[in-house]
Design a protein around this ligand. Structure first.
Ligand code: SAH
Ligand code: SF4
Length: 430
């Protein structure tokens, strides 16, 4: 979502004459778009800001002004504190205010600006429809933002605010505009993307499944994905969409966090491990080639060895193609931060290693099972070597393939020759 937000910031600053550059060296403005989800991400902001100060001082020696801005969820959570700790920061703004960037930038040239409002008007109403900075055939479209679920470990409801779904017509328009720019692959984004319940043109409310059906009917939209889903919001419409919409890719990122019912309850996830297993079974029945990834937290307060073993068992039962796993990180202001039963860091490390070894083994099995198969690859990047293109399979696995430059932006059949846990290689089948 931060990648999407950064692109939209570039879009809205484009009419002011700003263009994205690859390094801060030549930048008149640096926007650090930040993440508050775990402590590590937040700490990184302050070390990165230190470098921005040096950079700003260096440019000042040759009479050049550099605006330093902090955006995203750390900006939202720590607004004034950033201003106090980092006097060289000119502008701090939260994730719901970046549509006001042109005004904020002009103000920041004269005074220090902090904006962490949750405006009544959605930013989506003021953002440009066209993604002028779009490059290549793959694009993100944000359809839902914020979260009302309040899992006890999570800062998102506090930093991104309440749940909001964009009207369906606006999303369809944006998808058509992107299609006209050569986009074939759209990833729908939301903190809880399948909690989507947007207003349709006829006044009815559309679920994510219904929206995907309509997107699948747009000529030229060949690949649809979405993330991140919550198990509680997987409904029949979404399962049907996986059965009925050929453009919907056979992949789902469905975070479970833990396989222990006691921990799931304490996390306020509001489902059990068996309920999660049932959802997976229904999706597999609807779309047999569907693959799953997930997020896991180890060492949540109170997690025993038996709770952790239940997580390992769930992983063995589901069999994932990939996954993200994290050590629990206490976040200020969340209910879990005050819970008893902290798990020792060394135990967290050890559990994380065991979990990641199992997940890596499953990833290797998934990838190597593809050897010998021919799969459609969408080429959406330049390769590492000359004559190579970078592309992605329907399961979003990255591939470097020797292919003529005119294949960029196209989908071609690729035969998989070799695979490991972390890479897949192949050659054009035509
Ligand atoms: N809305 C999604 C997840 C959003 S946050 C969901 O409900 O599943 C992305 C991931 O970060 C989470 O799935 C979780 O695994 C991880 N995460 C969030 N807060 C965390 C914390 N306090 N400590 C460790 N990991 C955390
Ligand atoms: Fe955070 Fe996801 Fe829970 Fe919302 S549903 S509070 S975003 S983990």
């Amino acid at each position: 979502m931060n990648v999407y937000d950064s692109h939209r910031m570039a879009d809205i600053l484009h009419p002011l004459g700003y263009r994205a550059v690859d390094t801060p060296d030549d930048a008149d403005m640096v926007i650090l778009n930040t993440c508050h989800i775990r402590e590590k991400a937040t700490d990184k902001v302050f070390s990165d800001l230190g470098r921005m100060r040096d950079h700003k001082d260096e440019r000042a020696k040759s009479g050049k002004k550099t605006l330093v801005a902090v955006a995203g969820c750390v900006a939202q959570a720590e607004g004034e504190l950033i201003m106090d700790r980092a006097p060289y920061v000119d502008l701090v703004f939260g994730p719901q205010t970046y549509h006001e960037l042109p005004e904020m930038v002009v103000r920041a040239l004269g005074e220090r600006v902090v904006n962490t409002d949750f405006p009544v008007e959605s930013k989506f109403d003021s953002l440009p429809v066209d993604h002028v900075t779009q490059d290549g055939p793959s694009a993100f479209v944000s359809i839902q933002e914020g979260c009302d679920k309040f899992c006890t470990f999570c800062v998102v409801p506090y930093t991104r605010g309440a749940e909001y779904s964009r009207p369906a017509e606006k999303i369809l328009d944006e998808a058509k505009t992107l299609r006209d720019r050569g986009v074939k692959d759209i990833t729908l984004l939301g903190q809880n993307v399948n909690a989507y319940h947007g207003e349709a043109a006829d006044g009815s409310t559309w679920s994510l499944g219904r929206l995907i059906q309509a997107l699948g009917d747009i000529d030229g939209v060949e690949r649809i994905r979405y993330m991140t889903s919550h198990p509680r919001d997987v409904d029949q419409d979404l399962i049907d969409a996986h059965r009925d919409v050929p453009a919907l890719m056979p992949f789902m990122h469905l975070p479970v966090q833990s396989g222990s019912d006691a921990i799931l309850k304490s996390m306020n996830r509001k489902h059990t491990a068996d309920h999660y297993r049932e959802i997976i079974a229904k999706l597999r029945a609807a779309r047999p080639d569907i693959a799953f990834s997930s997020d896991f937290i180890v060492g949540f307060p109170g997690e025993t060895e038996a709770d952790f073993e239940a997580t390992m068992q769930l992983v063995r039962d589901v069999r994932y193609m990939s996954a993200y796993s994290f050590k629990y990180s206490a976040r200020p202001g969340t209910p879990a931060a005050n819970m008893q039963g902290l798990v020792h860091d060394a135990i967290m490390d050890e559990r994380l290693q065991r979990l990641q070894a199992l997940l890596m083994e499953q990833q290797r099995e998934f990838n190597t099972a593809m050897i010998g198969q021919t799969v459609p690859v969408l080429f959406d990047g330049r390769g590492r070597k000359d004559g190579q293109l970078y592309g992605r399979t329907p399961w979003n696995q990255p591939m470097h393939v020797m292919a003529p430059a005119q294949y960029f932006g196209q989908i071609a059949q690729v035969r998989v020759n070799d695979a490991t846990a972390t890479s897949i290689t192949g050659e054009l089948a035509q």
